[in-house]
Design a protein around this ligand. Structure first.
Ligand SMILES: NC(=O)c1ccc[n+]([C@@H]2O[C@H](COP(=O)([O-])OP(=O)(O)OC[C@H]3O[C@@H](n4cnc5c(N)ncnc54)[C@H](O)[C@@H]3O)[C@@H](O)[C@H]2O)c1
Length: 260
């Protein structure tokens, strides 16, 4: 899809990666809606980007909130061509058996149901027009889970599965879908995770040094929309870990059911 002149709607647009996507889109000549449950964060990012950017309040766990944000976006820019379901929350490093059930529900509501609600809100318009693109933010944790982050990983695996299926569902109507699998990127979330990293076995300094500039991620997302790429991988250094997991799974296919 050619991006110049189009409008993108970014949930979690007040955050690091959302802000990076918005900046990359504005570089391409797009208008952007920065929608965030923290309206102040969205306003901060929008102020950086000028009048092409509209900050909006959005709670991705509420369909009413999505409907109101869609209306406000259309009132300002006429239509939404690109939807980035990017809002998300991380978790503390906790073994799953000790994880709070309420927190599990909350993470799933934001990271998974929020993506579903975004698609429900905007995919119909895109289908009708026969064009559009949706980008869903998963994570490296949505390909290779890590100990201590079971709930977060489960939510990001769900985004991957949902996203791949929806790509098949919408392709016939000219709507593209991509899944973004970032590794460590500079943002409030990753900085918070770095401060609580004792449980991960990795020092805060080591984590901070590895954080990618969110604008690089945003530019990769813009390129993926232009080329209708199904997957966006920003941190190739995780390939070997993922490959080992895939190999173990493929071996299980080959092992068969019967002994010998
Ligand atoms: N930063 C990383 O290293 C990293 C790595 C892999 C995946 N991710 C994913 O990238 C996405 C963006 O995260 P980030 O790193 O930019 O973190 P961030 O905390 O800077 O941004 C996330 C934004 O989502 C917003 N948000 C939270 N709950 C919301 C809700 N109910 N409704 C609307 N907005 C809500 C927050 O206010 C915040 O501004 C998330 O889905 C995250 O899981 C981040």
């Amino acid at each position: 899809m050619e991006l110049a002149g189009k409008t993108a709607f970014v949930s979690g647009g007040g955050g690091g990666i959302g802000g990076g996507m918005a900046e990359a889109f504005v570089e391409k000549g797009m208008k952007v809606v920065l929608a965030d449950v923290q309206l102040d964060y969205a306003k901060e990012e929008a102020a950086r980007l000028g009048e092409q950017a509209l900050p909006l309040a959005l709670d991705v766990t509420s369909l009413d909130s999505w409907a109101a944000a869609r209306e406000a976006a259309i009132a300002r820019f006429g239509r939404v061509d690109v939807l980035c379901n990017n809002a998300g929350v991380s978790t503390t490093w906790t073994s799953l058996d000790q994880f709070s059930p309420e927190e599990f529900e909350r993470v799933m509501a934001i990271n998974v149901t929020g993506v579903f609600y975004g698609i429900r809100t905007f995919a119909g318009d895109m289908r009708q027009r026969g064009s559009g693109h949706i980008v869903n933010t998963s994570s490296m944790n949505g390909l290779s889970p890590y100990r201590g982050l079971a709930t977060y990983s489960a939510s990001k695996f769900a985004v991957f599965g949902l996203s791949d299926a929806v790509r098949d569902e919408l392709a016939q109507d000219g709507v593209g879908v991509s899944t973004l699998f970032p590794g460590l990127v500079r943002s409030r979330m990753s900085m918070n995770r770095a401060s609580g990293a004792q449980g991960s076995g990795v020092s805060r300094e080591a984590l901070e040094a590895r954080m990618m500039d969110p604008l690089r991620v945003g530019r990769a997302v813009a390129r993926a929309i232009e080329t209708d790429a199904p997957y966006i991988v920003t941190h190739p250094e995780h390939k070997a870990h993922f490959e080992a997991r895939c190999r173990a799974l493929l071996d299980a296919f080959d092992a068969g059911l019967e002994p010998g």
